[in-house]
Design a protein around this ligand. Structure first.
Ligand SMILES: [Zn+2]
Length: 266
């Protein structure tokens, strides 16, 4: 009997010793980092995802996700399944009416350019490298700035719902230095995209990318490795921006996540 109890205890303890550790809050739009025994296989919603040599993996929760998420770790013959509920985030909705038509829809002559920009951005966001910088702590990209726009907010202009705002806006003076939030490799560096103006995208591994937009100066080149805190450019109002500010984005492949979730701002 005593042996049996010990046996059960040992197994319970053993399983939990190698259990996965999940960092991040299970809110809509958040990034979750996991760590488990190296060599395991990880499935999120039954889809296999990458795991680093030291056991790190990462995934994101979509902005409007309502379903529970299933995380499964398989090691040899043992497997462990964790089901997490997703908490709702309240997004701001702003209605503005009686705007002149050209402020609501983009003129046709820019369609080609916008399409091309989107292709470049899409390619950068689909990179699935083995880098594991995503498991490190992010830092805010600007000193002395105020947040003027948050993730998920949406404008309804003349009754037409525009796409939600997926970024985090920092208002700052034009020319303020912008620092990299995390180590990464530059996968896009463009001076003048239609919507986003001066734009930089970094790959941080496993499909995690960050994007910086509306920049006045872009000081990095595609393929360059950048350390956290390095100056990558300056704040501007390039592209479709109403005033100088930095808008940063966080993505897990094509899923747009809340940058505040990695900057400890929510
Ligand atoms: Zn913005």
């Amino acid at each position: 009997m005593k042996n049996l109890i010990l046996f059960i205890f040992f197994n319970f303890f053993f399983i939990n010793l190698h259990a996965l550790e999940l960092k991040g809050k299970f809110y809509q739009g958040n990034l979750i980092i996991g760590n488990t025994e190296p060599g395991s296989q990880i499935y999120v919603d039954k889809k296999k995802i990458k795991i680093s040599n030291d056991g790190f993996f990462v995934f994101g929760l979509s902005k409007d996700r309502k379903n529970d998420i299933i995380i499964e770790v398989v090691k040899g013959k043992s497997s462990e399944k964790i089901i997490k509920k997703i908490k709702k985030k309240n997004y701001k909705i702003q209605r503005i009416n009686n705007l002149p038509k050209k402020q609501v829809t983009q003129p046709k002559e820019f369609y080609e350019r916008i399409k091309n920009d989107n292709k470049l951005i899409g390619e950068a966001r689909s990179v699935n490298s083995d880098l594991s910088f995503f498991s490190n702590k992010f830092q805010v990209p600007l000193k002395n700035s105020i947040i003027t726009g948050v993730y998920g907010s949406q404008r309804i202009l003349n009754g037409i719902p525009k796409s939600p705002h997926y970024g985090l806006d920092f208002a700052a003076n034009e020319g303020t230095k912008v620092n990299a939030m995390l180590d990464g490799v530059v996968t896009l560096s463009e001076k003048n995209l239609y919507y986003t103006g001066g734009t930089i995208i970094f790959d941080h591994g496993h499909g995690i990318s960050t994007l910086y937009m509306h920049m006045k100066n872009v000081n990095v080149k595609k393929g360059q490795s950048i350390k956290q805190g390095e100056v990558i450019g300056t704040v501007g109002k390039t592209g479709r921006a109403t005033g100088p500010h930095l808008d940063v984005r966080l993505n897990w492949f094509d899923l747009k996540l809340d940058p505040a979730s990695v900057l400890n701002l929510n």
